[in-house]
Design a protein around this ligand. Structure first.
Ligand code: XBP
Ligand code: MG
Length: 257
């Protein structure tokens, strides 16, 4: 299958942003506001079942800070905390502390060279995406992507398919011609719900999740000297467990999926 476009999730897929990026930025925002809320690495793993930073804070308050919900201006508090969290997160990105995951740059460059369109479909705030791309790939990198589907442009976040449907509409392409790359069960559900074939690359927060329906589940896309591993592959695939040559995912391997 020759893909006309690759649609990338951001958090956990383009870069490992959650544990050492979004999580400490939330904690900085809580501290700045004088709240004694602290999201440690383990708790954050539980909170990640809810996508979207504002939605995640609502979920946390419901389960861990029920009194906070009673204050009349709770909605405004969440919005202010989210603005502060975004400011802290952008600072972290600008300090250059969050690299792209293995193989991402290589595959993006190859797709561009071959005329395969690129899109982003993410729950996170648009500015977080453009800053990550600028920091890791250079100032023109956001323009490599024909479509940037991000944040609140659709009201229903992943696992709802809406963000992928929005991106496909903007691309003007049918789902069958495109491949999604995701890292989480929520993201996979969103992509499958939009009718997209999906490749999953896992990280420490997602590797034990249920990836039923994915074309394949890989450790990452692989770099020279650091080959990727195939963790699972759909049995009806033509080459169900065949590793990419030298453990490097490239367009030719993606087309065989
Ligand atoms: C990403 C998210 C986001 C980020 C925070 O999910 O869930 O909420 O953690 O971003 P996915 P914001 O990778 O499935 O898109 O705080 O900007 O919402
Ligand atoms: Mg993700």
């Amino acid at each position: 299958m020759r893909w006309k476009a690759l649609l990338f999730d951001v958090d956990g897929t383009l870069a490992d942003t959650e544990r050492d990026g979004h999580r400490p930025a939330f904690n900085q925002a809580f501290r700045e506001r004088g709240l004694d809320w602290e999201w440690d690495v383990e708790l954050y793993g539980e909170l990640l079942q809810v996508t979207g930073g504002k939605e995640r804070m609502h979920f946390y308050a419901q389960h861990y800070q029920p009194k906070a919900l009673l204050q009349p201006d709770f909605e405004a508090l969440v919005l202010q905390l989210h603005q502060a969290k975004t400011r802290f997160y952008l600072q972290r990105l600008q300090q250059g502390g969050i690299p792209l995951r293995p193989g991402i740059k290589r595959v993006l460059l190859e797709a561009r060279a071959q005329g395969v369109l690129l899109a982003v479909a993410t729950t996170t705030t648009l500015e977080n995406v453009t800053t990550l791309l600028e920091q890791t790939l250079g100032p023109s990198a956001p323009s490599w992507f024909q479509v940037m589907a991000a944040g609140d442009i659709v009201p229903a976040k992943k696992p709802a398919p809406d963000i992928y449907l929005w991106a496909l509409d903007r691309l003007g392409l049918a789902a069958r011609d495109c491949l999604a790359v995701e890292d989480s069960e929520n993201g996979l559900k969103a992509a499958l719900g939009a009718g997209l074939k999906t490749l999953v690359t896992v990280n420490d927060y997602t590797r034990t999740q249920d990836f039923t329906g994915a074309l394949a589940v890989l450790s990452d896309l692989g770099e020279p000297g650091a080959p990727c591993q195939v963790l699972a592959a759909q049995s009806r695939s033509a080459h169900p467990t065949r590793l990419p040559d030298q453990g490097l995912v490239d367009l030719a391997w993606l087309e065989r999926l």
